[in-house]
Design a protein. Sequence first.
Length: 334
Amino acid sequence: MTHVARTVAFKPGERNIFFHILTACNLSCRHCYINPAQHGSETLALETIQRWLELFVAPGKTGNVIFLGGEPTLHPDLAAAVAHAKGLGFGVTVDSNGYLFHDFLHRTDPDLLDYLSFSLDGPDPEVNDPLRGSGVFATCVANIKRAVALGFRTSLIYTVSSRNLLHLERMVPLLVELGVKKFFIQVIGLRGRSAGPAAGDHVFQVSRDRWLAVVPGVAARAAAQGIQVTYPKVFIDQDEKFECAGRVAENYFIFPNGRVYQCPLCEDYPINAWRIEDDDLVKNEGLCEDRLFTLDIPEGCVMNKLLQPDTIDYDEKGRPSHKISCCLLKQEIG
Ligand code: SF4
Ligand code: SF4
């Protein structure tokens, strides 16, 4: 069977809640986007997590909660937060770096957790560990095996940079061996530490041609093995429809300091459209991200044009050769 990638349209009747319940982490990955100065450094109490989750319940809408950090399993009450989110009717995912602290697998249940997602940035320790830390590959793989054996549905996130693009292909046999059902390929973004000189973002970034030469092919090969693969669309042709998720979808990126963003590219700036104050969701006034979403420009994504203008090519008449799609627009195959 031939698998063909399709673009996943934004779903107006669906809410996705990306909930950073703390920013602490046991690792310090090269491309980490967590920025405590902008996101806070507190660990939210269980009661706060529960109240904040309740703010996003919308009758008649499907909702998904993705628990994030930092490392969310460092939170001693993550299992209770998962159970509360499930009880409110949300689909629930936890994104872990693979360490699974506080005996998380035995304190939660595959019936409560729709997906347990792991992050690896290489098919072996030689590629992964320089990016994510010494010993991380072995720990993460061992815990994926434990999770699969206990009946959890697992997914894996691979963040593509110039350091690991050419090793992406070798992820396919590893995913098959581990029994991972979903594979998310991400592209490194110019945020947080990845935007700083220490990370050498220009060295880490992947060009359009290299991305297109590798990623869709690997995705098709993984799909042929029965794995569902999702990767960002990144570039769209001039005649393809551009949509900003900030205008047409409902995504909320919640941080422990109460900031709530609609666009992940905005997360390093105090331009969040919403905030949680006294356990209420409040709209921010003034020049916030949602004003930027309304601008129509030939380059497509306004935030990309503002933050990473050198990723856009122009023809001799000064027109952009390709539009940059919304970073939340995905292709799916499998
Ligand atoms: S595991 Fe996640 S939060 Fe922790 S350092 Fe790595 S990217 Fe950052
Ligand atoms: S990434 Fe660009 S297109 Fe997507 S929500 Fe943000 S500003 Fe809008």
